[in-house]
Design a protein around this ligand. Structure first.
Ligand code: NAD
Ligand code: DAU
Length: 341
């Protein structure tokens, strides 16, 4: 199979390309990525060395640029597209929503248009549980029938992209599936997200900023389980449908941070409560019964095993953690956390 993967230099996209080369000998991958602050071609160094120029091609481009996407699809005809490319950090979307609309909404629309005119036979659009809004402590988990009610500029832009994907199916019969997954963790996650950020700070005995009361709940999933779900959707998903994926691991942020401190042998006195994220979603939890039934999906990792493996990966890959540091990263972190004190 020839696949265009967008956002393949980011956290989940790079894990997906590693997953493909580990599990599928017959795959050729074209990785289209703009290399924003969150993209890192080093994530794929081993694949580039082993397969570059024959089964792996990298194209630096913007999914919102019609000419660039058209040129790439002409140069590399593909059977299918998996769209991971997005602006993804909720806090950044609060700071400046505009790039989220440009990439997540207009970029997805452009990619759908170009894919359709190139005759691409399958399109998986990677979305998020955040499009559903949030849950109270006793509410049932999100299903695919839960109405969309996004809270942040990030999740609103993802919900808009989902609507466009549905519209391209309904109007043009274009074979799109949507995946909606809960919070991922694992190797190569950019250290603006909770788990790698807490690892990075705790490693240097810096204070760990926990928003609000620390009792917000996320349903954590190891990135390999998500990649498996995305690939099952590509192979077996029914066009026009969205599939939920979760990890069976609802944890409060305090639980997560405490478990990390204990894995790192660091004291809980590093925990510092800071001003809450505006509009902070209280709880996410995914009912993935449809993916289990129709795709045969089941997560393989327990949270405890997955988190221990992830912490060990970050410990063994200190150079990677240093390599992602940039001026843009420092500037955002200083402004955002400066305002939270
Ligand atoms: P990430 O921020 O780590 O990576 C995003 C990648 O997309 C980067 O490599 C970046 O350079 C690239 N990119 C950004 N704008 C682009 C553009 N205009 N054109 C081409 N490339 C562009 O993100 P992630 O955490 O890997 O998330 C990937 C996808 O999965 C996103 O669509 C996100 O909404 C979704 N998702 C993420 C999670 C999570 O927990 N991280 C959970 C569910 C769904
Ligand atoms: O649920 C899926 C979503 O998960 C994805 O769609 C998003 O792209 C991804 O960024 C993630 O969103 P969250 O906002 O849930 O993830 P984040 O790692 O930013 O935060 C997780 C929780 O930790 C959230 O309740 C906010 C809290 N938090 C986060 C940071 C960065 C803190 O308490 N302190 C922090 O410094």
């Amino acid at each position: 199979m020839r696949l265009l993967v967008t956002g393949g230099c980011g956290f989940i996209g790079s894990n997906y390309i590693h997953y493909l080369f580990r599990n599928h000998e017959d795959v050729t991958v074209i990785n289209l990525d703009k290399l924003t602050y969150a993209g890192n071609p080093l994530n794929l160094e081993s694949i580039e060395k082993a397969h570059g120029g024959t089964r792996y091609f990298f194209e630096k481009a913007d999914i919102a640029d019609p000419e660039a996407v058209r040129r790439i699809l002409e140069a590399h005809p593909v059977d299918a597209i998996v769209n991971f490319a997005a602006e993804t950090h909720v806090d950044r979307s609060i700071n400046d929503p505009a790039p989220f609309v440009t990439t997540n909404v207009l970029g997805t629309q452009n990619l759908l248009t170009m894919a359709r005119s190139a005759g691409v036979e399958r399109f998986v659009h990677v979305s998020t549980d955040e499009v559903y809004g949030d849950l109270g402590p006793d509410d049932p988990r999100f299903t695919e029938a839960t109405p969309l009610k996004p809270s942040s500029p990030y999740s609103a832009s993802k919900a808009a992209a989902d609507m466009l994907a549905y519209a391209y199916y309904r109007t043009y019969g274009f074979p799109v599936c949507i995946t909606r997954c809960s919070n991922n963790y694992g190797p190569y996650q950019f250290p603006e997200k909770l788990i790698p950020l807490m690892f990075r700070l705790a490693s240097t005995d810096a204070p760990l900023p926990v928003y609000g009361d620390g009792m917000n709940v996320r349903d954590w999933i190891h990135v390999d389980d998500h990649c498996h779900g995305v690939h099952l959707t590509l192979l077996k998903g029914t066009p026009g449908k969205a599939y939920n994926f979760g990890g069976n691991a609802e944890r409060t942020n305090m639980d997560v941070v405490r478990t990390m401190l204990s894995l790192l042998g660091k004291p809980e006195s590093l925990i510092t409560y800071v001003k809450d994220r505006p509009g902070h979603d209280r709880r996410y939890a995914m009912d993935y019964a449809m993916a289990r039934r129709e795709l045969g999906y089941e997560p393989r990792y327990t949270f405890e095993q997955g988190l221990a493996d992830t912490v060990a990966w970050y410990q063994a890959n200190g150079a990677w953690m240093e390599s992602v540091e940039s001026g843009a990263y420092r500037e955002f972190m200083n402004t955002w956390y400066g305002d939270r004190r």
